[in-house]
Write a protein that binds this ligand. Structure first.
Ligand code: 4NP
Length: 157
């Protein structure tokens, strides 16, 4: 059975597309990409159907990752039926997810809480500059390496 991981932010154009692309890159480079289903979504629907923000596309491309085929979508109730892990990038993403998830769904976490236990949020870079996007890239890269370590350890291989 594949492990299904969903990354969620507010708009699904800045942070969660980066997380989807970066985590996919991490597991592919480790030769275990086939073990995962990886997706992203937003809690807001303003940009549905659009590609990621050009600044996310650019920072990913600077690190050899191509986000151009991704399209924004809004989270749906069916996302809570099959994902093993649903990660909000910040605390408000997690609150928004908990507000729409069925009461029995307990697999929502703040991303860096789950991997580092730090309570650190991935900040929204939308109204900032390119440096903010590079910072978000580095935070998600570190988190994704740690997530891969943790998931590999938990499956014993
Ligand atoms: P994201 O950033 O949640 O990282 O995709 C945002 C993108 C768009 C908006 C807010 C945050 N917006 O208000 O349109």
């Amino acid at each position: 059975m594949k492990t299904s991981v969903l990354f969620v932010c507010l708009g699904n154009i800045c942070r969660s597309p980066l997380a989807e692309g970066i985590f996919r890159d991490v597991v592919e480079k480790r030769g275990i990409g086939g073990r995962f289903l990886i997706d992203s979504a937003g809690t807001g629907g303003w940009h549905v159907g659009s590609p990621p923000d050009p600044r996310s596309i650019e920072v990913a491309a600077n690190h050899g990752i191509d986000l151009r085929s991704q399209r924004c979508r809004k989270i749906t109730v069916s996302d809570f039926q099959y994902h093993d892990l649903v990660f909000g990038m910040d605390r408000s993403n997690v609150d928004n997810l908990r507000a729409v998830a069925p009461g029995s769904f307990s697999r929502i976490h703040m991303f860096l809480d789950y991997v580092h236990g730090t309570g650190v949020e991935i900040p929204d870079p939308y109204y900032g500059d390119a440096d903010g996007f590079e910072n978000v890239y580095q935070m998600i890269r570190e988190g994704s390496e740690a997530l891969a370590d943790r998931l590999i350890a938990s499956t014993g291989s």
